[in-house]
Design a protein around this ligand. Structure first.
Ligand SMILES: [Cu+2]
Length: 172
């Protein structure tokens, strides 16, 4: 993954994504700077802990009204808008591009999001009788059988069982 960004400009100068070594020129970027930037542990000191992740996995309900960033439930606690802050905190901890809308420029983004998806898979196994919410009739929210933008041919229900496409070694 390479290292931290240097203090002067946040540029990652080590590893396979070091632009200064001729690698990883950013083509979709917010400004003229073509290099990957990080600032590890400067925005927040600590990454989430295992016990914090376990606490979120223990939440039995997937989501709740009003279905936004104030909602209780697993989704919002996993995303990090409330509670111990799992997903969002990792973006802030890595810093640089990861704390912006350009976060997919950092290969760490893909590992991070894959791990969030793994936590979702673990949550499904821990709560087999729970499921995606809301199920139906919720204005301005994607219900279980409504299509998701931008694809318009995939619903949350289509994505609940991912095992035909991939699996995780979830350990239980
Ligand atoms: Cu993210």
């Amino acid at each position: 993954m390479g290292g931290n960004g240097r203090s002067s400009d946040g540029q990652v100068t080590t590893g396979p994504f070091a632009h200064s070594a001729g690698n990883w020129t950013l083509t979709v970027r917010p400004d003229s700077r073509p290099y990957l930037r990080r600032s590890l542990a400067s925005g927040i000191a600590q990454l989430p802990s295992r016990s914090e992740a376990d606490g979120v996995l223990a939440i039995a309900e997937y989501d709740a009204a009003p279905w936004n960033s104030t909602s209780s439930g697993f989704r919002n606690n996993l995303e990090g808008w409330r509670g111990v802050n799992l997903h969002n905190r990792v973006h802030v901890w890595v810093g640089g591009m990861m704390s912006t809308g350009m976060s997919p420029n950092d290969p760490v983004f893909w590992l991070h999001h894959c791990f969030i998806d793994k936590l979702w898979s673990e949550w499904q196994k821990r709560h087999p009788s729970a499921g995606y919410l809301p199920t139906t009739g919720t204005p301005n929210v994607v219900d279980l059988n409504e299509t998701m933008k931008p694809w318009n041919d995939v619903t949350p229900a289509d994505m609940l069982n991912h095992s035909a496409r991939y699996t995780y070694d979830t350990g239980f």
